[in-house]
Design a protein around this ligand. Structure first.
Ligand SMILES: [Cu+2]
Length: 252
């Protein structure tokens, strides 16, 4: 009997782990997404986490970390400093914006082996920081193997508004792409009414375009998932085009 019970418990745990393992997100969260004369630098936190539930995984040094602005890419990889996020290995970087521009930060992590899903995971992760009033260039793809290109300007938005984006795979729209959406539930402020609420799911239309309404202020992560057309050590590879966007609350 005890044997049977422990089997049932083990099974339940496996199912639970499979469902929580489902919503991994590459994370790149700036401490601010608008720079001005009083705030000229941004501090970014890079991690690999379950943003709503607050579970962390270890992020090893990313393969690439860079910023695209004013038609140019720079890769300040050596500026990454190890820190902990959700009790797991993560990185932070400080970047000083020298001139106006829309700064697209991106990270390409090393492939992460996820035994629960029998697959490798690579989340190409992006976020935007607008500096000194510039607001052009946010709709320019930066040429990642897969990425979300915003159709809604990805900064200066209010919570309650929609966010719309287009999923690209190898530079081409991805019809019917599935997008997982999670709120960065920092400090566990919100509780999910059910497990389904942890990760919201939307699909893209025939042009790879998706729309989502972000109900509360804070950081929202969008992860468009696809299977790579290659394998690593005979295992499938899940690619994610991840984009983090901040929705702001109204001020009195
Ligand atoms: Cu995980």
């Amino acid at each position: 009997m005890a044997r049977l019970v422990s089997f049932a418990v083990a099974l339940a745990l496996t199912v639970m782990m499979a469902s929580t393992a489902f919503a991994h997100f590459g994370m790149m969260i700036p401490d601010r997404n608008v720079l001005d004369q009083d705030h000229r630098q941004v501090e970014l936190t890079l991690s690999f986490s379950h943003p709503f539930e607050g579970h962390g995984m270890d992020l090893v040094t990313p393969k690439a970390f860079g910023v695209f602005a004013n038609g140019k890419t720079t890769s300040p990889l050596d500026s990454l400093k190890p820190i902990k996020v959700m009790d797991h290995a993560a990185f932070e970087a400080v970047y000083q914006a020298k001139r106006p521009g829309v700064y697209q930060f991106y990270m390409e992590p090393q492939a992460y082996w996820e035994p629960a899903e029998d697959t490798y995971i690579i989340h190409y992760t992006k976020t935007f920081v607008a500096a000194f009033g510039a607001d052009e260039g946010w709709d320019t793809p930066i040429g990642l193997p897969t990425e979300i290109v915003p159709l809604t300007r990805p900064f200066g938005n209010y919570a309650g508004g929609v966010f719309q984006g287009q999923v690209l795979i190898k530079g081409k729209p991805a019809p019917g792409a599935e997008i997982e959406v999670e709120f960065y539930n920092k400090d566990g402020k919100y509780k999910a009414p059910s497990d389904y609420h942890v990760t919201q799911v939307v699909k893209a239309d025939a042009n790879g375009v998706f729309t989502f309404t972000c109900p509360v202020d804070g950081w929202w992560g969008f992860a468009a998932l696809s299977e790579a057309d290659y394998k690593i050590k005979d295992k499938s590879v899940e690619l994610g085009a991840v984009l983090w966007v901040k929705m702001d609350g109204w001020k009195d």
